[in-house]
Ligand binder design. Structure first.
Ligand code: ARG
Ligand code: ZN
Length: 479
């Protein structure tokens, strides 16, 4: 007999048991669940995280969400919500219990496949134990009925502000990047598990609800109105938004009849409205440069609060009043391709969002203002990187997610790559990378892989220098 170390022995035993199980399954019809020993099923708990290096508890294992239906009545006086989120999902393992991410709010009832389910809560982990365990590969539906006043979330990745469900004088807006979604609906809260969405949001008149995707219908109930919005392309949870205020709504048509809808404060000035006059031309520019616009509509929500950030919510970018300038409009639009359609695999890959959007906003400058203006901007960007000694953007810690290194050195990485491989190869790389990962997820290694494949060059040293080494690389120059 071979003397195996005990851990190997255990693995071997389990392997043999597994093989025996497969054999048995092939020979016999599946045993009815009632006679399956419950001890075995007890171990089928879905993981409480998806292994993100920066956010180990975000997301959950064991299933893949297909669709969320978020059905909420929002009281615009108290800002309380009442309603139900319904999740259609498919298991990726047998599950005796599974987790959702959900923080705050009172839960009234949870069902799994229409049967009441037990649940437990600890911080933002909601553990659901269905009455009947779920088999691997099974589609299931879970509903969570809840109420309460959603609270904004503190996230170490954005120490400068609260995120998620945010109340301001005119109403409510939702900006969740990275973890805020779990403050207003139960969710598999990680960009790896993208899903389609239905929003059914009821508010008192005369409030208006904007959300991702297409407004399919409104239902009038006298004093209240229900807005039915559909997002029919996969979306990361941090990009889901509902925005409620007495907006001034401006609709238009973009290239290829793309519906455009912008939501402004009622008091919007001509200047504020005019900020978005270039959207059609930008859509044309990025579509020609990368690929057709990935979604069914586009537009903006403008906040009249002194909120200084912007977010590329899918099909509906949100702008604080300090972000109403051409470069920011271009930045959020270009995220629709890089960030929203191609999403990060882990939060550590954030430069794939922010470095790309920062570079693409400058490609709009190049397109509209010419080579000299573009060269000057890139030189200034490099100077600011060098003056601040911006570190490498390839593996930030949580606090560094949205730091200048991510944006500036990320953008300069792409600029340096362009000068290294030449324009033709560079734009081929961007298009190939986009086409391969659209509507899905990519990691930094995936981008490097495409860059090497398309250019035929060995680029390990190049990317190490720009993405992972502390030293500020020399200014990128054309050969
Ligand atoms: N993705 C945003 C941008 O385009 C940054 C968002 C940072 N997160 C936040 N909650 N403000 O730059
Ligand atoms: Zn950005």
């Amino acid at each position: 007999m071979l003397k195996l170390p005990s851990v190997f022995a255990i693995i071997l035993t389990q392997l043999l048991l597994l093989l025996a199980g497969c054999q048995a399954n092939r020979a016999l019809p599946p045993a009815p669940l009632a006679v399956t020993p419950s001890v075995a099923l007890k171990n089928n708990t879905g993981a409480a995280g998806l292994g993100d290096p920066l956010y180990p508890t975000l997301g959950n294992g064991g299933y893949d969400v297909l669709h969320y239906t978020i059905d909420l009545a929002v009281d615009m006086q108290s800002h309380a919500v009442t309603g139900t989120t319904t999740i259609r999902a498919e298991t990726t393992q047998a599950l005796s219990s599974f987790n959702l991410d959900f923080q705050g709010l009172q839960i009234q009832k949870i069902t799994v496949n229409a049967a009441p389910a037990n649940f437990q809560r600890a911080a933002s982990e909601l553990t659901i134990t269905p009455a009947t365990p779920l088999r691997n590969g099974e589609q299931f539906t879970t509903t969570v009925a809840y109420h309460g006043i959603p609270r904004a979330i503190d996230d170490p990745g954005v120490p400068f502000e609260k995120i998620g469900w945010l109340v301001y004088q005119p109403g409510i807006f939702v900006i969740s990047e990275p973890s805020g979604a779990m403050g207003w609906y139960p969710v598999n809260n990680h960009p790896l598990d993208k899903a389609t969405y239905t929003f059914r949001i009821t508010v008192a008149k005369p409030y208006i609800v904007a959300a991702n995707g297409l407004l399919q219908a409104t239902f009038d109930q006298g004093d209240t109105r229900t807005y039915l919005w559909e997002m029919r392309n996969p979306m990361a949870s941090y990009l889901a938004t509902i925005d409620i205020a007495e907006f001034k709504v401006v609709t238009a048509q973009g290239p290829h009849q793309l519906p455009l809808r912008n939501y402004f404060p009622p008091s919007a000035s001509q200047k504020m409205l005019a900020t978005f006059d270039t959207t059609g031309a930008m859509l044309q520019f990025y579509s020609d440069l990368i690929a057709p616009f990935p979604f069914e509509a586009y537009g903006a929500v403008v906040l009249d609060d002194n909120f200084s950030t912007a977010l590329e919510a899918q099909t509906l970018s949100i702008f604080g009043p300090n972000t109403l300038f051409d470069a920011a409009v271009a930045h959020e639009l270009s995220h629709q391709w890089f960030g929203d359609s191609v999403s990060v695999k882990t939060w550590r890959d954030i430069w794939l969002n922010e470095g790309f959007a920062t570079y693409l906003e400058n490609l709009w400058v190049e397109h509209t203002q010419g080579q000299a203006a573009f060269a000057a901007t890139m030189h200034n960007l490099y100077k600011s990187m060098k003056d601040q000694k911006l570190g490498p953007p390839g593996s930030p810690d949580v606090q560094g997610l949205f730091a200048p290194a991510t944006y500036v050195r990320g953008a300069l990485t792409l600029h340096a790559l362009r000068l290294r491989v030449g324009d033709a190869n560079f734009f081929k790389i961007l298009r190939a990378y986009y086409n391969r990962y659209q509507y899905g997820n990519a990691a930094t290694a995936d981008f490097i892989g495409v860059a090497e494949e398309v250019s035929g060059e060995q680029l390990d040293n190049f990317f190490n220098t720009w993405l992972y080494a502390d030293a500020v690389p020399p200014e990128p120059r054309a050969p």
